[in-house]
Design a protein around this ligand. Structure first.
Ligand code: TYD
Ligand code: MG
Length: 462
């Protein structure tokens, strides 16, 4: 009897399944995202893939256990020589875990993973690429200044073949570049489609859990920044990392968006060099440009990236607008928040910014969401407006409220300590931040302030 081919429609944006075509996805409300995908239900996908013959073992039902009696060995995490990655993962790679790493094309995902494969000397790593030929990978590896004798390359996209090779090589770590290129014979739709991604991930997940081998998946992202593929992909894996940064700038940030084995507030910073990625262990130093002369419009603020305090430079340029509608533009900082701060400066500080163009830039290609940067933004804008430079030994940490008040921010002692470590002489903070912290222990001069006016009087009165 001929196999009955069954098909279904999937939203390519969120993975919603529908028996018929729909113009608008009822789940994510996107238009025109439904694509027909052929499902072959004769061989149930749940039976396929990794050691499909042994899948009968899955039918043995497990029994509930008393939690107290569950045996637990302190999981021996695989420590990579890359401290940034170890930290983001929560202290190394957990055996049997599945990590998804997403990022824009060209950001350096393949470079990062290949570099880790090469750094792990003595660990058998299988790097599976569906995107590049072995020669191309070799060329890339030659640029990276590490080598691992036990690093195997496989250029293959069919999961069934991949599992055959895995059984031969018996790797201790598997890297897939990328999940969107894989194809399982159990699903008939094209590589990169929702049902393929889901099936291939499920097969690899089963392999990871049964064999205890950690698997890294590289994933593409869509133009709005989400990892391409159904949301279920993110639910299936243990850890979701994103590798971000501006392609034209050298800094890259590795961030955990989900982590079953650690906190999501850690992040790793790298610099893309000619010979691969270099870990940046002291990011503040590189994010602040060394200035010879004092320029107006430059201030130093503090932000927390994960648990790490960072000092960053805020630059602004305020100039008289030649057109009816003044321009406002910001890079690395929420433009709406900038508008709000400009309104506060206008209303509470009396600065006539309504007729000025304002350009704001956070240097280093970093995006800041921490409200503690507000104070540095305000001071930078006023410095440019008044054309008075700020002392280059001062930095700022505070949130600015609608009344022009300087509000407390979290972890102020870490920020002060970081500023002191980098040789700053003074830091302006909200006086409400200082209640519970021992200020005597710091050498740096701490200026407690409660309103913006107090800072302006001190800095801009000539
Ligand atoms: P790649 O890792 O292929 O990015 P992705 O896999 O995320 O698409 O490429 C990263 C970019 O980095 C590429 O444009 C070339 C550059 N690069 C370096 O600057 N130095 C290096 O040592 C390597 C290997 C790449
Ligand atoms: Mg790549």
């Amino acid at each position: 009897m001929a196999k009955k081919v069954k098909s279904s429609y999937f939203c390519q944006s969120c993975g919603h399944q529908s028996p018929k075509w729909l113009g608008k996805c009822p789940a994510c409300e996107q238009w025109n995202t439904f694509v027909e995908e052929i499902l072959q239900h004769d061989t149930s996908p749940a039976q396929g893939g990794w050691r499909s013959s042994s899948s009968s073992s899955q039918k043995i039902a497990t029994k509930p256990q008393v939690l107290k009696e569950v045996q637990f060995e302190e999981e021996s995490r695989l420590q990579t020589p890359d401290q940034e990655l170890n930290r983001v993962l929560g202290g190394g790679i957990v055996p049997g875990s599945m990590v998804l790493i997403g990022g824009e094309p060209g950001i350096g995902k393949s470079t990062l993973m290949l570099q880790i494969a090469l750094q792990l000397q003595g660990t058998r790593v299988l790097y599976i690429s569906g995107e590049e030929s072995a020669k191309q990978i070799k060329m890339r590896a030659d640029r990276i200044a590490h080598s691992n004798e036990d690093c195997y390359i496989l250029t293959e996209t069919a999961t069934q073949n991949i599992f055959k090779q895995i059984e031969q090589v018996e790797p201790q770590l598997v890297i897939i570049d990328s999940i969107q290129t894989l194809q399982s014979a159990y699903v008939e739709s094209a590589a990169g489609s929702i049902s393929q991604i889901r099936e291939c991930t499920a097969e690899l997940l089963r392999f990871a859990k049964e064999s205890g081998t950690p698997v890294f998946l590289i994933g593409h992202i869509t133009k709005d920044g989400a990892i391409a593929g159904p949301k279920v992909l993110e639910h299936m894996v243990d850890t979701v990392l994103t590798f971000e940064g501006d392609r034209h700038l050298v800094y890259r940030i590795l961030r955990a968006n989900k982590n079953r084995f650690g906190s999501t507030s850690e992040l790793g910073i790298y610099e893309m060099l000619g010979d691969g990625l270099r870990e940046v262990s002291n990011p503040s130093e590189v994010l602040i440009t060394q200035r010879e002369e004092d320029l107006s419009g430059i201030s130093i603020g503090t932000t927390l990236e994960g648990n790490r305090p960072l000092l960053i430079e805020v630059q602004s340029l305020v100039s008289v607008s030649n057109y009816g509608h003044p321009q406002r533009s910001s890079t690395g900082f929420d433009p709406r928040r900038l508008n709000m701060l400009l309104a506060v400066l206008e209303k509470r500080g009396g600065f006539r910014l309504g007729a000025q163009d304002v350009f704001l830039n956070i240097t280093g290609g970093i995006k800041v969401e921490d409200p503690a940067i507000d104070l540095a933004v305000c001071v930078s804008v006023v410095s440019s407006y008044e054309d008075i430079s700020l002392p280059n030994t001062a930095c700022f940490a505070g949130e600015v409220g609608l009344g022009g008040e300087v509000r407390a921010v979290q972890r102020i002692e870490n920020r002060i300590a970081e500023a002191e470590k980098l040789g700053f002489k003074e830091i302006y903070v909200s006086k409400y931040s200082l209640k519970s912290i021992p200020t005597e222990q710091f050498q740096i001069q701490i200026h407690p302030v409660s309103k913006l006016d107090e800072i302006f009087e001190r800095l801009f009165i000539r």
